[in-house]
Design a protein around this ligand. Structure first.
Ligand code: ZN
Length: 294
C-alpha cells in the first residue's frame, strides 16, 4: 500500500518517484526505485555523520560494521589498491594530483604517493585524520562541503567505499567535479545491489547496514547518477577484495549476531599473526566504477 513516504521519496539517481518499500533494517526504512533499482534509506533526517565515524569505527569496534583495526584490516588490500591505481593510470597519461576522499588513516594516500602520485586525502573522522598526519601524510580533517583544496586542480579523485555513506551523493559528487581538472578521472568502489549475491541475500545482505550505508547503487543507477553529474562512464569492473581472517569473522559475527563468533574474534586478537591471515574474497557484490569528467 502506498504511503506518504513513497510519494515523497525521489530516487537520487534517476529522479523517479516510483519507489516501493524494500525492507526495514536497524530501525531504518529502505526503499527501492522502480526504474533504476537504486535502494536508499528514507526518510533520512540530517544527522552528524562525524559522530558515527569516531575512534570505535576505526579500531576495536566490538559491535557494528566498523573495522577491528583499520590499518591491519586494510593491509591485505594493498595489492587491490595498486590494481585500482593501475586502472586509473591506464586512462591517464601521466601521474599528477590525486585526492582520496574518505582517506581514513591514509592507507591509500600512502600507496598512491609511493606509486608516484602527488596524493592527499580528505577525512571526516578527526581521529583517523590525525593518525594519517602522524604518518606524515597530507590528510586533512573535513568534508567536501568545507571547501577544502579549492586552489588545487586534481587529475584523479578516488572514493573507496565512500559513496554509499553520503546522505546526499549528488551534492558530494558535484563538489568532486569542481575539484577535477579537464578530463579528470573519478574512480570509486561501492556495493553493487544488483549483483547476484545481493539479490539472493535480499534483506540479509551483509552490506545492508544503515545508517552507515545509506545508498545502495545498482550498475544501472550508478551509471545514470554519474552521467547526470556530467561524467562519461569508462568502465564498471568487479575486482575481488582481500580481507584478514579477523575482519571476516568480525563481519560474520555481527551479521549473524553470533556470540560464539564474537568470542572467536576476541580470541584472535591475542594472536595477530593468525587474525591477520589474508583471504581473498570475490562475492562480486562490489563494483569499481571509473568515469571521466566531461
Ligand atoms: Zn532510480
Amino acid at each position: 500500500m502506498e504511503n506518504d513516504y513513497q510519494k515523497l521519496a525521489k530516487c537520487i539517481a534517476c529522479s523517479s518517484t516510483q519507489n516501493t518499500f524494500f525492507c526495514r533494517k536497524n530501525d531504518f526504512d529502505l526503499y527501492r526505485c522502480g526504474s533504476c533499482g537504486h535502494i536508499f534509506v528514507y526518510p533520512l533526517s540530517e544527522y552528524d555523520a562525524s559522530s558515527l565515524y569516531n575512534e570505535d569505527y576505526f579500531s576495536g569496534a566490538e559491535r557494528g560494521s566498523g573495522y577491528v583495526d583499520y590499518d591491519q584490516d586494510k593491509e591485505p588490500m594493498r595489492s587491490v589498491f595498486e590494481e585500482y591505481l593501475k586502472r586509473i593510470e591506464s586512462r591517464y597519461s601521466r601521474k599528477g594530483n590525486l585526492l582520496d576522499v574518505g582517506a581514513a588513516t591514509g592507507f591509500f594516500v600512502d600507496i598512491a604517493q609511493k606509486m608516484g602520485w602527488n596524493a592527499c586525502g580528505l577525512e571526516i573522522s578527526e581521529y583517523a585524520a590525525e593518525i594519517a598526519q602522524e604518518k606524515g601524510l597530507d590528510v586533512v580533517w573535513g568534508t567536501l562541503r568545507d571547501g577544502m583544496f579549492q586552489e588545487m586542480s586534481f587529475n584523479a579523485i578516488t572514493l573507496w567505499d565512500v559513496l554509499e555513506h553520503f546522505q546526499n551523493p549528488n551534492r558530494e559528487i558535484r563538489a568532486c567535479s569542481k575539484l577535477l581538472g579537464v578530463n579528470g578521472i573519478l574512480a570509486l568502489s561501492t556495493p553493487d545491489s544488483s549483483s547476484w549475491y545481493a539479490r539472493i541475500m535480499g534483506k540479509r545482505w551483509h552490506l545492508l547496514v544503515p545508517p552507515e550505508h545509506l545508498h545502495y547503487f545498482t550498475q544501472k543507477s550508478v551509471k545514470i547518477f554519474l552521467e547526470r553529474n556530467n561524467f562519461d562512464c569508462e568502465e564498471i569492473i568487479k575486482i575481488g577484495k582481500t580481507f584478514t581472517l579477523e575482519y571476516i569473522l568480525h563481519t560474520v559475527a555481527e551479521w549473524q549476531k553470533s556470540s560464539l563468533l564474537r568470542k572467536v574474534v576476541r580470541f584472535l586478537k591475542k594472536y595477530p599473526r593468525l587474525g591477520g591471515f589474508a583471504i581473498s574474497i570475490n562475492l562480486r557484490d562490489n563494483m569499481v566504477v571509473i568515469v571521466r569528467k566531461k
